[in-house]
Design a binder for this molecule. Structure first.
Ligand code: HPA
Length: 276
């Protein structure tokens, strides 16, 4: 079977196979926390120190090669020590998006792999447009809830999963203790790859949304359905379409991510040991 055949025929078996490979490669029997680093977030992970292990994601069952700038396609394992606690973090630099047109299975493969590798907490980071007019470029916002405008679910069959605490309140409270300036917002999942029109942004604001981006939601659902607690953090990399009248571009998104990397890295490093 090729790398991706199992992913589509039996996604949970592919995740279990990938987790076994990660355990063998890293020599770590069980990881505690997973981090998925979105556009512009990659250098924030430097705050976690030197990785104990790194490989190309595509060398592991079910992972597809990356296609987007700012998504480098690496899997890393870190040992994080704090207050006598030793934690293992599994970090995915980059992700697959729905707009790549490969279906939802590769989009959620990393988080499913992470949960199969032992992770009890999944931290999803992303770059987003700010719909809420009070948000500033470079501001991190905790995802409190989401609206799925793609309506694509990673689950099929009669699995009626409750999503009332999808973005764990327990974890949001811990993060806000770490940085009391953090606000919470509602994230809209937009398929892309086009950015939204100004009229669509107006619709989203009217629906109660604060943030818009092209990721995170399917991963949050897949991780939660497997029993993990989820934290979502969006970095506002631009005002959403029509808010300032400026045109949107991916370079600006990456640059805003790089500029905020140190603050985001320090936040993640400070928060992770407090989650366990
Ligand atoms: N819209 C959708 N996705 C995004 C945006 C945006 O404005 N900025 C970064 N990712």
């Amino acid at each position: 079977m090729t790398n991706s055949e199992l992913l589509y025929s039996d996604p949970l078996a592919a995740a279990a196979a990938a987790a076994k490979e990660i355990t063998e490669r890293t020599g770590v029997a069980s990881h505690d926390v997973a981090l998925v680093m979105g556009s512009g977030w990659v250098s924030a992970v430097d705050a976690l120190g030197t990785p104990a292990y790194e490989c190309n994601a595509e060398d592991i069952t079910g992972f597809l090669p990356p296609t987007v700038e700012g998504h480098s396609g690496k899997v890393r394992s870190y040992e994080i020590e704090s207050n006598g606690k030793k934690l293992r973090a599994l970090v995915f630099l980059g992700r697959t998006h729905l707009y790549e047109g490969k279906g939802v299975e590769p989009v959620v493969h990393s988080v499913r792999t992470a949960v199969k590798a032992g992770c009890k907490v999944v931290i999803l980071t992303n770059a987003c447009g700010g719909i809420n007019k009070s948000y500033k470029v470079g501001q991190p916002v905790l995802i409190r809830d989401h609206i799925s405008l793609t309506a694509v679910s990673p689950l099929s069959g009669a699995t009626f999963v409750d999503l009332t605490d999808l973005y764990s309140k327990r974890i949001r409270e811990i993060v806000k203790k770490e940085d009391s300036s953090l606000e919470e917002g509602v994230y809209v999942h937009w398929r892309g790859p086009t950015y939204e029109t100004p009229a669509e942004i107006l619709m989203m604001r009217t629906m109660g949304a604060d943030l818009v981006g092209m990721s995170t939601v399917p991963e949050a659902i897949a991780a939660h359905a497997l029993g993990a607690e989820v934290l979502g953090i969006s970095l506002v990399t631009n005002a959403a379409a029509g808010v300032t009248g400026e045109k949107l571009n991916h370079e600006e998104v990456i640059a805003a991510g790089k500029a905020a990397a140190d603050r985001m890295g320090a936040l993640l490093k400070g928060v992770i040991p407090k989650l366990f």
